[in-house]
Design a protein around this ligand. Structure first.
Ligand code: HEC
Length: 145
């Protein structure tokens, strides 16, 4: 019992140290994880703007304005904080049905909707900018506007 606990703790500490070392190397070499969006003085690049546009067209009616969520569907601004882009894409392509709740909630599949499939990266970029707190609500101004 004691032995296992200590082993677990040592492993935990070792992994922590490894992760910290990795971050240090990243910081020293200037390789911060690249952001999928560009926001300068509250203005966004074309990609992020298009993400807002596509979100508004295809997702807002359930997920609420600005990704903030509604009584029917969750806040995607919160969702993208805890999921990878692959997980996000998978759900948007295939949809999801939650049958455990009393009232069935359904995320429709968008796999055949070109206006969404062609711009998954843009929608992700927009939601990440919102999640990182660098972009407010509403229609974002474009760089160069
Ligand atoms: C018809 C309503 C509807 C539309 C339109 C819709 N969604 Fe959803 N979405 C839902 C519901 C309801 C859920 C929760 C499903 C569940 O409970 O499993 C959901 C869940 C999700 C999730 C998983 C969230 C999480 O935290 O697990 C993602 C990602 C998502 N939607 C992305 C999108 C995107 C991107 C669009 C626009 C292209 C979109 N949705 C359009 C209703 C919708």
């Amino acid at each position: 019992m004691m032995f296992k606990r200590h082993l677990g703790l040592r492993l935990f500490v070792a992994i922590g140290a490894l992760l910290a070392a990795n971050r240090l190397v990243a910081a020293q070499t200037g390789q911060a994880a690249p952001k999928p969006y560009t926001v300068e003085n509250g203005k966004v690049d074309k990609k992020t703007f298009n993400g807002w546009r596509r979100y508004t067209e295809s997702c807002l009616r359930c997920h609420g304005p600005d990704g903030a969520g509604s009584s029917y569907a969750p806040s995607l601004v919160d969702s993208v904080k805890h999921m990878t882009q692959d997980q996000f894409n998978e759900i948007v392509v295939n949809g999801r049905k939650n049958v455990t709740t009393a009232s069935e909630s359904v995320m429709p599949p968008f796999g055949t909707v070109e206006d969404v499939m062609n711009y998954l990266d843009d929608i992700w970029a927009y939601l990440k900018a919102r999640a990182d707190g660098v972009l407010g609500r509403g229609r974002p101004p474009r760089i160069g506007d």
